[in-house]
Design a protein around this ligand. Structure first.
Ligand code: ATP
Length: 453
């Protein structure tokens, strides 16, 4: 099925039905654009983040990890330029009282006339655009007094810049090297929406790569390639992914070149990740404001310089949503529609489900034995409730790549059938060989069957 029939509504419904992601504080009517991740959502997003860490840390030797605090000195945001310029242009409608991002009017709907954009309805009465700072402000300490204002970080990157000297020293690294971080960020978005695509609280996966200044253009190209390959290797169809270089007037104040990795969501091509050449903007700004030296001294050449920075900045929630959208499929099996998430096995929340054919004749006991052998090795699930067809459909819907059925033959020769989610092929495998067989399959290269559809 081509992706254009995958609607956001179908993804939202599947997420709710199977407890991947659902509205937050729902018993109180929810809080607009905030979501909670349930069991399968946690497992899926964790696998996305693990794949990112693996690509950044385990498979390289020039990047180290960091987990900086969300709350930082307010001086950080003064130096970074966020207090002055982390703003979006906002317009109010005097008629309906709603607020809109002035630069997104063409994509938004007038609440009174949903067929029109804000400002185009017969009664619309928009104010002039004014800048609205996206940082969430709160106060530190028991008394709300002036000087106690702090901010929830709107990006994880600044934690990396201010920790640069500390990390470089303790990790014994010299440019080119990177610092990677995954964590929550907060932005008081004027118009959040499209499920977890744009929320006010979200998780970022950011890496700042510090390089000798003349090498920055080459490293920028390197990271464009590396990040595109990451999505493709994890199963995203290449024709649904593109790199879009920013126009001159789109570039952030700190960037000399930025390209967005975009995915063809049901809402159209939209940003998944930004890859920017930030030059020496951040290190110089923090050096100026803090009075500390944020530079590298090369004792071999007696040279001192401020490294330039290449930043791939991705969203964990957006990436998780893209992987789900790309994997979503419906197919006709014997007159019934099968909904299946054709996720890369490494991303699938559950790798293998163990299902006894019936709840008698010693089959549940053998199935439990197989499950206990798999559990220490991979995320596995045991299910004996309902018909075998129903149980398989439940697993297909959450993207479980392999299903083990324990049947009467198992009581005779201790073999089970191993069913493949995509090809529906069934092979017989000995219970004792199951953990090794699943691990072997997990390591095999994988290709989305939607590419051949
Ligand atoms: P956008 O143009 O969509 O607002 P941005 O260019 O401001 O995004 P960056 O500051 O480059 O985003 O942040 C890096 C990544 O963090 C984005 O590519 C996206 O994946 C994620 N991200 C940013 N804002 C949000 C949000 N409000 N909700 C979910 N993810 C977000």
């Amino acid at each position: 099925m081509p992706t254009d029939v995958v609607t956001m509504d179908k993804i939202v419904a599947l997420c709710k039905r199977r407890g991947f992601v659902f509205p937050s504080s729902e018993i109180y009517g929810g809080l607009a654009s905030t979501y909670d991740y349930g069991h399968y959502g946690v497992l899926l997003k964790r696998n996305v983040k693990d794949a990112w860490w693996r690509a950044m840390l385990q498979e390289r030797d020039d990047i180290v990890a960091l987990d900086a605090a969300i709350l930082m000195s307010p001086k950080v945001w003064e130096a970074s330029g966020h207090l002055a310029s982390f703003t979006d242009p906002l317009v109010d409608c005097r008629r309906c009282g709603q607020r809109f991002r002035a630069d997104h009017l063409g994509e938004l709907e007038c609440p009174e006339k949903p067929s029109k954009h804000p400002g185009e309805g017969p009664n619309c009465d928009l104010t002039e655009a004014r800048d609205f700072n996206l940082m969430f402000e709160t106060t530190i300490g028991p008394v709300k007094e002036s000087g106690a204002e702090i901010y929830l970080r709107p990006e994880t990157a600044q934690g990396i810049f201010v920790d640069f000297p500390q990390v470089m020293q303790t990790a014994r690294k010299k440019p080119p090297f990177g610092i990677a971080q995954i964590g929550k960020s907060f932005r008081n978005e004027i118009t959040p929406g499209n499920f977890v695509f744009r929320t006010r609280e979200f998780e970022q996966m950011e890496m700042e790569f510090f390089v000798p200044p003349p090498d920055a253009p080459r490293w920028f190209e390197h990271w464009l390639d590396a990040r595109m390959s990451w999505y493709v290797d994890l199963g995203i169809r290449p024709d649904h992914l593109r790199l879009r270089p920013h126009e001159e007037d789109e570039l952030s104040h700190y960037s000399s070149a930025t390209s967005d990795v975009e995915y063809l969501f049901p809402i159209g091509w939209s940003e998944l990740e930004g890859i920017a050449n930030r030059g020496d903007f951040d290190l110089r700004a923090h050096a100026r404001h803090s009075g500390k030296k944020l530079e590298y001294f090369d004792s071999a050449t007696n040279e001192r310089y401020v490294p330039h920075v290449i930043e791939p900045a991705a969203g964990a929630d957006r990436a998780t949503l893209a992987f789900m959208v790309d994997a979503y499929d419906e197919e006709d099996v014997e007159g019934e529609t099968r909904t299946v998430l054709r996720l890369h096995p490494q991303l699938a929340p559950v790798k293998v489900a163990v299902l006894p054919l019936v709840r008698k004749d010693g089959l549940p006991e053998l199935a439990r034995e197989a499950y206990e052998a798999l559990k220490p090795v991979v995320q596995a699930e045991y299910d004996e409730g309902g018909s075998i067809g129903r149980r398989y459909r439940r697993q297909d819907e959450i993207g479980t790549p392999w299903g083990v059925t324990v049947d009467h033959q198992t009581t005779e020769d201790r073999t089970v059938t191993l069913r493949d989610r995509d090809s529906l092929e069934q092979t017989r495998v000995a219970i004792d060989e199951l953990p090794d067989e699943i691990l072997r399959r997990l390591r095999e290269p994988w290709r989305s069957p939607k590419l051949d559809a």
